[in-house]
Design a protein around this ligand. Structure first.
Ligand SMILES: Cc1cc2nc3c(=O)[nH]c(=O)nc-3n(C[C@H](O)[C@H](O)[C@H](O)COP(=O)(O)OP(=O)(O)OC[C@H]3O[C@@H](n4cnc5c(N)ncnc54)[C@H](O)[C@@H]3O)c2cc1C
Ligand SMILES: *[C@@H]1O[C@H](CO)[C@@H](O)[C@H](O)[C@H]1NC(C)=O
Ligand SMILES: *[C@@H]1O[C@H](CO)[C@@H](O)[C@H](O)[C@H]1NC(C)=O
Ligand SMILES: *[C@@H]1O[C@H](CO)[C@@H](O)[C@H](O)[C@H]1NC(C)=O
Ligand SMILES: *[C@@H]1O[C@H](CO)[C@@H](O)[C@H](O)[C@H]1NC(C)=O
Ligand SMILES: *[C@@H]1O[C@H](CO)[C@@H](O)[C@H](O)[C@H]1NC(C)=O
Ligand SMILES: *[C@@H]1O[C@H](CO)[C@@H](O)[C@H](O)[C@H]1NC(C)=O
Ligand SMILES: *[C@@H]1O[C@H](CO)[C@@H](O)[C@H](O)[C@H]1NC(C)=O
Ligand SMILES: *[C@@H]1O[C@H](CO)[C@@H](O)[C@H](O)[C@H]1NC(C)=O
Ligand SMILES: *[C@@H]1O[C@H](CO)[C@@H](O)[C@H](O)[C@H]1NC(C)=O
Length: 580
């Protein structure tokens, strides 16, 4: 989402709306085709079909999961991972993370990754969203996006019992009439744990936050979630944006249907998307035509591959697989940024029966980590450019790193999530766990096709810890999380069982922390990658947009769905403005 003057990362540029009546070669034709019925895709489908004269088709590789308990059960996070509703992508061996091959889950169902994710609802920092405009995306700032954050949301205010258990909110930060229910877990733990955790963080200088969704996330809070607290059911994109609207006759969903590439009209000038080639489960290949636009919302691990299969991307990659080049855009599939994750597990003699979802966001200063120096940035930029075959050049990266480095002075760069066994989908037990993430890594990876076979999985390389500073941050967070557990009253509540002091001594050196962080990252990925222009159009096309996680230029100190819903809401308005 960078403009051309900013650097090569700007791969997608808006070139003006063009409404072309296509030469339909097939009887299935719609005004808009959305590839991917996921988090972003269903939001746009919903908003576009508010216009009764507009027809929309959504192409989704997965099926409906309306009654799948692995989706609906609010206590079953991670249960669906590795089942058929997860694409089950794998990364390449991670050279800088002890060679680990990491699982890259992604939802394959109507509702996309929102059907299998951790349901945390947090937008990120105001300064982070403002930085999108800084790097050249006019119209993309916190103030511009804030109404859209609220538009998607139907915040269910906490019950008195939930308030007593630590829930708190600012009503000005929430929408209460959008389609997506959010709120607090109905089984929020109502015992003493909240106060104990709060006290320990306070001793470490971390204040409590009333509401992390107002653009300032630093502090300790009880997480808000994408769920329906009354029904105690996960609120995924389909439950919010599709099922209540499924009788709209201008909305058609193709399930079990994989989009393989965009079909182009033969014309001069900007490329015009005529339709989409799809493959059904039985192997039948057919075409669905678009009168107005094709919108790519297949997620950050798949949208770049669909662009490449459609002839948009790095010429070398397209040539290697004999794909005729339509538009040369070397940035496609680059700038994949993912947040590495580790966990420490404790055992307590007290059995905590409810769920928790306590989160703490902290800046580098909070966890005793220095900021990058100005000298570091050009070195890292060269290193990252080289690791990605210079698809994005070092001077472009250095510019982005400067913006990121400036942000790190104020924004949270660590998230620490504390949960009971139940909150982790385990039976009630004495388990308490902290999972923690580095939020704004400098490392960058890529995702590309490895074959011209459109059903082959792309090759995913997040390049975890490519930049040494990222590893130092993750080690510093680890050390700080242990400091928390060693602080009263936590110190007398629980004892560490993983990694345990035998593996990682209480007095471990920084080098030992670094080694541990590198070798034991669970790497629960939250990835994003790629970039677009300020109307989300693919550079050189008249009518192909990308709207999903892959348009976000930097990681955020939050989780992605809130921001993806807001982006999709805004994209729908941009598209509607072009219709009239
Ligand atoms: C394990 C995990 C936990 C997470 N936890 C949280 C969390 O707690 N809170 C949070 O906010 N975010 C979380 N996230 C991130 C968040 O859920 C995702 O970033 C977000 O849902 C992605 O939205 P999207 O629209 O970009 O893609 P998706 O929602 O993944 O949608 C893409 C859709 O496209 C479909 N598709 C892909 N390729 C094709 C094709 N070729 N043809 C047809 N259809 C196709 C997919 O099946 C999918 O339905 C988590 C992510 C993961 C993996
Ligand atoms: C890097 O890429 C940008 C954007 O394409 C370009 O303007 C700049 O000249 C490039 N810099 C170098 C040193 O090649
Ligand atoms: C739910 O997940 C479990 C594995 O965790 C799997 O065995 C089961 O088949 C899944 N259920 C459905 C309905 O997919
Ligand atoms: C990845 O790592 C595995 C196990 O360490 C090894 O067997 C395999 O050869 C590696 N693959 C590549 C492409 O290096
Ligand atoms: C506390 O939580 C338990 C289990 O979630 C519930 O049974 C009980 O009613 C709750 N008590 C209060 C006062 O909310
Ligand atoms: C999708 O495919 C699955 C697996 O073959 C099948 O069980 C299901 O009925 C199909 N759904 C639709 C809507 O055709
Ligand atoms: C394959 O599946 C598609 C979609 O369900 C259907 O329209 C088509 O008739 C099927 N073709 C064959 C040969 O079974
Ligand atoms: C956890 O603590 C309980 C009670 O103190 C104890 O019985 C149990 O053995 C411990 N479990 C582990 C894995 O340490
Ligand atoms: C949790 O439930 C168990 C039995 O179900 C009970 O013995 C225990 O006291 C409860 N723990 C708390 C903290 O309420
Ligand atoms: C850590 O403590 C152990 C004993 O508790 C001691 O043997 C060791 O030297 C200490 N290591 C460091 C780095 O201080």
């Amino acid at each position: 989402m960078l403009n051309r003057t900013a650097d090569t990362l700007l791969i997608y540029i808006f070139t003006g709306f063009l409404s072309s009546l296509s030469n339909a070669t097939c009887n299935e034709i719609f005004d808009f085709i959305i590839i991917g019925g996921g988090t972003a895709g269903l939001t746009i489908a919903n908003r576009l079909t508010e216009l009764p004269h507009i027809t929309v088709a959504v192409i989704e590789a997965g099926d409906k999961v309306f009654n799948n308990p692995n989706v609906t059960d609010t206590d079953k996070f991670t249960v669906a991972l590795g089942t058929p509703i997860d694409w089950q992508y794998k990364s390449t061996n991670q050279t800088y993370a002890a060679g680990q091959k990491v699982s890259c889950p992604a939802g394959k169902a109507l509702g996309g990754t929102s059907t299998i994710n951790g349901m945390t609802w947090v937008r990120g920092e105001k300064a982070q969203i403002d930085s999108w405009e800084t790097i050249g995306n006019e119209g993309w700032s916190w103030d511009e996006l804030f109404p859209y954050y609220k538009k998607s949301e139907n915040f269910i205010v906490p019950s008195p019992a939930q308030l007593a258990a630590g829930a708190s909110y600012n009503s000005v930060d929430h929408g209460e009439s959008g389609p997506l229910k959010t709120g607090y877990h109905p089984e929020l733990l109502n015992g003493s744990l909240h106060g104990l955790v709060e006290t320990a963080w306070k001793s470490l200088g971390i204040p409590s936050t009333i509401d992390a969704n107002g653009g300032d996330v630093r502090g300790f809070t009880v997480e808000q979630q994408t769920l329906d607290p009354d029904a105690n059911v996960r609120e995924d994109a389909a439950r919010a944006f599709y099922y209540p609207f499924q009788d709209r006759t201008n909305l058609h969903i193709y399930l079990n249907t994989t989009a393989t590439k965009v079909i182009w009209a033969s014309n001069d000038g900007d490329a015009i998307a005529d339709g989409v080639e799809v493959t059904s489960l039985n192997g039948t290949v057919s075409t669905i035509n678009a009168r107005r636009e094709v919108i790519l919302s297949a997620g950050s691990l798949r949208s770049p591959a669909i662009l490449e299969l459609s002839g948009i991307g790095n010429q070398n990659i397209l040539d290697k697989f004999g794909i005729p080049s339509k538009i040369v855009l070397p940035g496609v599939g680059e700038n994949l940024i993912d947040q590495p994750n580790n966990a420490i597990i404790y055992n307590s003699s007290t059995i905590f029966n409810g769920t928790t979802g306590y989160v703490t966001y902290a800046t580098a200063a909070d966890f005793h980590m220095g900021l990058p120096s100005a000298d570091d940035l050009p070195i890292w930029a060269k290193q990252v450019a080289a690791a990605n075959n210079y698809a994005v050049n070092a001077s472009s990266l250095e510019y982005l790193f400067k913006v990121q480095s400036e942000l790190l002075k104020s924004v949270a760069n660590a998230e620490v999530f504390l949960s009971t066994g139940k909150g982790l989908g385990l039976p009630p037990s004495g388990f308490l766990a902290t999972a923690f993430w580095l939020l704004m890594p400098f490392s960058r990876g890529s995702v590309h096709i490895v074959s011209s076979d459109p059903l082959a999985y792309p090759i995913i390389n997040p390049n975890y810890f490519l930049v040494d500073y990222d590893l130092k941050i993750q080690a510093a967070i680890t050390k700080w999380v242990r400091e928390f557990w060693m602080t009263a009253p936590m110190s007398s509540l629980a004892s560490e069982i993983s990694p345990g002091y035998k593996t990682l001594p209480a007095n471990a050196t920084d080098a030992q922390y670094i080694e541990w962080a590198k070798t034991s990252s669970a790497m629960m990925p939250r990835r994003l990658g790629g970039v677009v222009d300020n109307r989300l159009k693919v550079y050189g096309t008249a009518n192909l947009r990308v709207v999903d996680a892959s348009v976000i230029p930097f990681q955020i100190s939050g989780h992605l769905t809130a921001t993806i819903y807001a982006i999709a809401e805004k994209a729908a308005d941009l598209i509607k403005a072009d219709i009239k």
